[in-house]
Design a protein around this ligand. Sequence first.
Ligand SMILES: Cc1cc2nc3c(=O)[nH]c(=O)nc-3n(C[C@H](O)[C@H](O)[C@H](O)COP(=O)(O)OP(=O)(O)OC[C@H]3O[C@@H](n4cnc5c(N)ncnc54)[C@H](O)[C@@H]3O)c2cc1C
Length: 595
Amino acid sequence: METTIEKKAVLKGGEFLVKESTAHDIFTREDLTEEQLMFGDATKQFVDSRILPNAEDIEELKEGLTPSLLEELGELGVLGAGLPMEFNGQGLDFITDTVLSEEIGKSGSFGVSVAAHTGIGTLPIYYYGTEAQKAKYLPGLATGQLKAAYCLTEPSSGSDALGAKSTAVLDGDEWVINGQKMWITNGGFADIFIVFAQVDGDKFTGFIVPGDLDGITRNAEEKKLGIKGSSTRQIFFENVRVPKDYVLGEIGKGHKIAFNVLNIGRYKLCAMVMGGAKRAIGVSANYTNERKQFGKNLHEFGAIKHKLAEMAIKTFATDSATYRTAGYINDLIQQLLEEGKTPAEAKLIAAEEYSIECALLKVLGSETLDYVVDENVQIHGGMGYSEEGHAARAYRDSRINRIFEGTNEINRLLSIGMMMKKGMKGEIDLLGPAMAVGKELMSVPSFGSGPEGFFAKEKQAIVNAKKAGLLVAGAAAQKFMQHLEEQQEIMMYLSDMLIDVFAAESTLLRVEKMVAAKGEEACALEIDMARTYLVDALDRINSNGRSAVAGFAEGDEMRMMLMGLKRFTKFEPVNTIAARRRIADHIVEQNAYTF
Ligand SMILES: Cc1cc2nc3c(=O)[nH]c(=O)nc-3n(C[C@H](O)[C@H](O)[C@H](O)COP(=O)(O)OP(=O)(O)OC[C@H]3O[C@@H](n4cnc5c(N)ncnc54)[C@H](O)[C@@H]3O)c2cc1C
């Protein structure tokens, strides 16, 4: 296999749709260093020894427990993993931070408290705080002595976050904040709130608000469907006075804080749910090894093998896409640091550059976990419906991931909106490749040489799948122009096509890289996974493309595009039943997800 290209081809955000990548270009889990894995192991040990044994008490929100566990995690260095050492952080790279997030994701609701604290609670100060604000708050946030919460959502503004009604009025040397915030994670114990309010009616602005000020009321804990072990409250601000210099960033620029912090939040959510999915697969495997029906272990039934394998395949694909993106973001951070940017600036710019990938990953990861925990319940049968085991709780806990950090609808819409915007601004060349696909459609199919070597047919399938995406995106853009945003159903189909292209390509490239290092025989199961995912992804791409096209084209034009979609998603049949059986047998034998 060819992996001799010296310099990595760096893709810009969103460019995966129009450019080809090689296995050499991408980062994979197998590229993690000993040190990165070591940090992951330490976090895993913490989750196994301190969180899982306390799961019941955490679930019941036992007074003081989550805050004290956060402090322990702070002592371990996990809360400040990505912060510079001058603020008690560890200064770890973005990839190590991903490994840690994955392990924290195995801790159920506690992980939500951690994510709210380290992500949306801490990062606004790190990215947008003044030097004085950083020096005052970051050291305590890194050790867990201070706990943070993020107050954006209000009763009448959730997805439409900028429609917040809370107000901040300058009175002498102080801001007077009034408003009601809803669904605030860590609301029960946070020492610091990041609060967004309107200045002069419409200048959406961020503030740091210490939690012990007069006028702050923490409502009772919300009664939730899942993640019951994380504190979620409404917070009322009534004439809360904060010093003038507690503004975060610039007045009227709060949207930048809110949205940029969410890029990283979405990415990390994906890393966390991946950890949750791996844990649930292990629980499922264990049950199929223990439970017998009709004189057989559950794992001997083909229907159950299918489930176990599919849970693993989707998780493997999510993992591949996540670490590929981690590599892109990490590389760009390094490049920006070399160019003289501060670590905070570098991280912010890099996450913004790959905001399309972050949005796609958020959807992919949360829907993968939902699939996995749903099948986990099913594999457990009636026991899956009982509160005594892990399955029911994991099922309930998973559901929130499609709602917060931007709902999956919002993230789907954003991914396509951002892609189109980049195309219009000329930041990525969408027009040229889309026109080339249109031209190709009118011509006789050529059977010229395509990719060669290992996975040649699969790689050709990815080249074609990208053409399918470009075909639909190009035609929809031409038809609706700047009004495409009003065609949400089409944007949803398009974003699903993009997710499949990105995940299938990431999986193939990862496995190709593994094969180059270890040989085909040692990677037989990973090859099964990559091929099975690809075959199903091509079917979905065709189906999503057809539904989109039928929504805006008619007659010959529609028929031509449907033919094109069929051509671009054609792949010779693969015995995925046998492949899934092999994958499931391995998981059952190992009693865990081991890929
Ligand atoms: C347990 C929990 C913890 C949370 N933690 C925090 C926190 O710490 N801090 C914080 O600020 N917020 C937090 N949130 C709030 C969360 O971010 C919001 O619930 C979320 O953004 C959705 O807003 P909403 O609930 O108002 O739903 P809505 O915005 O009313 O959405 C309802 C439905 O309509 C869809 N929809 C909305 N707008 C559009 C559109 N333009 N196009 C198509 N579909 C649309 C949505 O996708 C969704 O399906 C939390 C929520 C929960 C449940």
